[in-house]
Design a protein around this ligand. Structure first.
Ligand code: AMP
Length: 365
C-alpha cells in the first residue's frame, strides 16, 4: 500500500498554482474536466488514441493536455507516473479507472496523489467488506443466501460489470436451469458457477443517491467535523425497464439488467430525512473503519419500497456515472450552491479550497 507519507512527500513538491486535475478518458471524464475548467484548474486526460477524437469533440470539457497510453493499465508504468507528477496532477478515480487498473494495483503501485481516501476503494471493491461497512452503519441490505431458496432471488455473477448477466429465480429448479444455460452459453465459467451471489430480490423503485463528503466546507449536513452534501440522484436504465414493450410474450432478451444509461430522478421530500441519515451513517462508520473516512463523492444504490423503506444494494466510494446527468447542477445542488454545481465541479472546488488553505493533505491521498 502506498503510504500517506509517500503521497505527502510528492505533494510537497507540487506547485500549488499549477495543479492539474487528471483522469482516464472514460466514465465521467467529460464532467470531471468540465468542472475543473469551471474552477480554473488545469486538466489532463489519460487517453487511448481511439478515444482521443471523442474527448476533443466537446470544447468545454476538453482537457488542456492529452497523455496518450496504449492501455489504461499503462498509468502504472514508472515513466507515466513520473509524467503525471511532473504536471502536478491530482488524479480523480472513477468507475472505469478502478475497473481497468484495479483497486489492488492502485493501492500498491500508483504513487500519484489521488483525490479522496484511497482506502475507500478497498472497501467498495470487495462485496464482503461493503456489506460489513453498510450493515454496521445500520443500513438495510438485501439478505444473502448460501443456496437458492424458495423465495424469489436475485443472482449476481462474479466479476460481472454493470449488471451484465444477472438474473432472477423463483425456486431451486429455475436457479439451476439458468446457471446451466449460462455455463453452456459460455457466459460463466463452470468454476465461477459456485461463486454467484444469491440475494433477496428487492422489490421497489431504484434511487441512486449522489453524495459528497467534505472535511473542508461546512455546507450541508454536519457529520462529525465533516459535512455531507446531497448533490443529485439518478435512476439507471436497463433493458428490463422496457420489458413491457414486449408484452404479452416478453422476449427473453428483455430480462437483462445491464446498465445502458441513466435518467434524472428526485425523491418525495418526506423521504429526504432518511436519505440524509443513510449518507451520514455511511460517512460516520467509514471514519471508524478507515480513518479519516469517506472524502469526496460516493453513491448509495438503493431500492425503496413503501412497506420496507430503503434497501441499499451497493455503494460506490467514488464518482458515479449517474452524476453525468447534471453538468449544470441538479434539483438538489441548487439549494446548496448559487452557481451550477456538478459533482465534477465540486471535486475541483474542494481541491482549490485545500490548496488555498494549505490543507491538500486532508483530501488528497
Ligand atoms: P449492481 O451491479 O449491483 O449495481 O446491480 C445492477 C442492477 O441489478 C441494479 O441496477 C438493479 O436494477 C438490479 N439489482 C441489484 N441487486 C438487486 C436486488 N438484490 N434485488 C433486485 N434488483 C437488484
Amino acid at each position: 500500500m502506498i503510504s500517506r507519507q509517500k503521497i505527502a512527500e510528492v505533494l510537497a513538491g507540487y506547485d500549488p498554482r499549477k495543479l492539474t486535475v487528471a483522469t482516464i478518458g472514460s466514465h465521467s471524464a467529460l464532467q470531471i474536466f468540465h468542472g475543473a475548467k469551471q474552477e480554473g484548474l488545469r486538466t489532463l486526460n489519460i487517453c487511448t488514441q481511439e478515444r482521443r477524437a471523442t474527448y476533443e469533440s466537446f470544447p468545454w470539457a476538453k482537457a488542456d493536455t492529452f497523455l496518450i497510453v496504449e492501455d489504461f493499465k499503462d498509468i502504472l508504468r514508472e515513466e507515466t507516473q513520473a509524467q503525471l507528477i511532473e504536471e502536478n496532477s491530482i488524479v480523480v478515480p472513477h468507475g472505469s479507472f478502478v475497473e481497468y487498473v484495479t483497486a489492488k494495483a492502485i493501492l500498491e503501485k500508483f504513487a500519484v496523489p489521488m483525490f479522496g481516501n484511497r482506502e475507500s476503494l478497498n472497501w467498495e471493491t470487495d462485496r464482503n467488506r461493503q456489506r460489513a461497512w453498510l450493515e454496521s452503519a445500520g443500513l438495510r441490505m438485501p439478505k444473502e443466501y448460501k443456496t437458492p431458496s424458495d423465495q424469489r432471488v436475485f443472482v449476481k455473477l462474479p466479476g460481472a460489470k454493470g449488471g451484465h448477466g444477472f438474473f432472477t429465480a423463483s425456486n431451486e429448479e429455475e436457479f439451476h436451469r439458468k446457471i446451466s444455460e449460462k455455463v453452456n452459453g459460455g457466459e460463466i465459467k463452470p468454476e465461477d458457477a459456485q461463486n454467484v451471489a444469491i440475494q433477496e430480490f428487492v422489490v421497489g423503485v431504484r434511487y441512486y443517491l449522489h453524495f459528497f463528503a467534505s472535511p473542508l466546507l461546512k455546507l450541508g449536513l454536519p457529520v462529525r467535523g465533516s459535512a455531507l452534501e446531497l448533490l443529485s440522484m439518478d435512476k439507471r436504465i436497463e433493458p428490463i425497464d422496457e420489458s413491457y414493450r414486449g408484452l404479452p410474450d416478453v422476449p427473453a432478451h428483455f430480462f437483462d439488467y445491464t446498465v445502458t444509461g441513466n435518467e434524472p430522478v428526485i425523491v418525495r421530500e418526506s423521504l429526504l430525512p432518511e436519505v440524509l441519515r443513510m449518507g451520514a451513517r455511511t460517512v460516520e462508520r467509514s471514519m471508524e473503519l478507515f480513518p479519516p473516512g469517506m472524502i469526496g463523492p460516493f453513491s448509495l444504490e438503493t431500492i425503496f419500497s413503501p412497506g420496507k423503506g430503503f434497501t441499499v444494494f451497493e455503494i460506490s466510494a467514488r464518482i458515479v456515472a449517474g452524476t453525468n446527468l447534471y453538468p449544470m447542477g441538479s434539483p438538489y445542488s441548487a439549494y446548496l450552491y448559487k452557481e451550477p454545481m456538478s459533482t465534477g465541479r465540486r471535486i475541483a472546488r474542494e481541491i482549490s479550497l485545500g490548496s488555498e488553505r494549505g490543507q491538500l493533505d486532508r483530501i488528497v491521498f
